[in-house]
Design a protein around this ligand. Structure first.
Ligand code: HPA
Ligand code: ZN
Length: 278
């Protein structure tokens, strides 16, 4: 398995920020972390649900300021992924986690894209997917899409992440329709913690090309049949599901059931600095 060539289709680049780099970037940018050692940071990575993780994830990414920071983050991930046999990677980024702190959009997309271009020279192909934070408003997602317009040559698709329950896909119907009109691919996190209805909305309202997670689709046979009929891929993240208590233990993970049901379930990392794996 270690030697097999791999594709990574569900990876939040901010979720690859290892504690060591968090410290190095904090120091470089003159910031003080809430933790005083790498061990203390790692010890804080005990989550009982998605929101527990997100609170720490947004706190961690606050060390990312400059174009060089985003380059270093992405380059470190790509070197590690290459060592694991990854040949193709589709990377999510969360611009609103940065622009809300005053970081220019260009620093974010510029640094990430420069690292992806460099990795391409070493034979790793890639795509970039811009995610909207679903706990924020659709108007804020629209403003983010506006900011992305000058960079669309670097961005292949748009996605939807952050706190799922209470923020159904239909909240973002208009902005995803506009993104589709711009020629962008559409994906969305759905059915990680949210109900099957959210997966239906991802399909019928957003018109997704792929479903991120999708675990709870298994609760609805008609939904499973629809996903199979549409030949849609699920980007499943078993270690994330374990760490965020979506599953009780890894042996109880539904990956095998997904495959048996005819779903195109793939195995991915999500946020490997926080959940382990890669
Ligand atoms: N779910 C939702 N939002 C996220 C995740 C996730 O697994 N990782 C980073 N942002
Ligand atoms: Zn994710």
């Amino acid at each position: 398995i270690a030697a097999l060539p791999k594709a990574e289709l569900h990876l939040h680049i901010e979720g690859s920020l290892e504690p060591e780099m968090m410290f190095a970037l904090a120091q470089r940018n003159g910031l003080k972390l809430a933790f005083d050692s790498v061990e203390a940071i790692r010890a804080a990575y005990e989550f009982s649900n998605l929101q527990d993780f997100l609170d720490i994830y947004y706190q961690g990414m606050a060390v990312l300021l400059t174009e060089q920071d985003f380059f270093d983050l992405t380059a470190a991930y790509l070197h590690r992924a290459a060592a694991d046999g990854v040949r193709h990677v589709e990377i999510f980024f969360d611009p609103q986690g940065h622009t809300a702190r005053g970081v220019p959009f260009a620093n974010v997309v510029g640094g990430i894209a420069r690292a992806l271009a460099e990795a391409e020279q070493r034979g790793i192909t890639s795509r970039l997917i811009m995610c909207f934070l679903r706990h924020l408003s659709e108007a804020e997602a629209e403003a983010t899409l506006d900011e992305a317009l000058p960079f669309l040559a670097l961005i292949h698709g748009v996605g939807l992440d952050s706190s799922e329950v209470g923020h159904p896909p239909e909240k973002f119907a208009r902005v995803f329709a506009r993104a589709r009109g711009l020629g962008l691919k559409i994906v969305a996190h759905a059915g990680e913690e949210g109900p099957p209805a959210y997966v239906w909305q991802a399909l019928d309202v957003l018109g997704v090309d792929r479903i991120d997670h999708g675990n709870r689709a298994l609760e609805d046979d008609a939904l499973v049949s629809r996903i199979v009929a549409d030949n849609l891929t699920l980007t499943v993240c078993p270690l994330s599901n374990l760490k965020l208590c979506v599953v009780r233990d890894i042996a109880a993970h539904p990956l095998r059931r997904m495959l048996a049901a005819g779903l195109r379930a793939t195995v991915n990392s999500d946020d490997p600095a926080y959940f382990g794996g890669y």
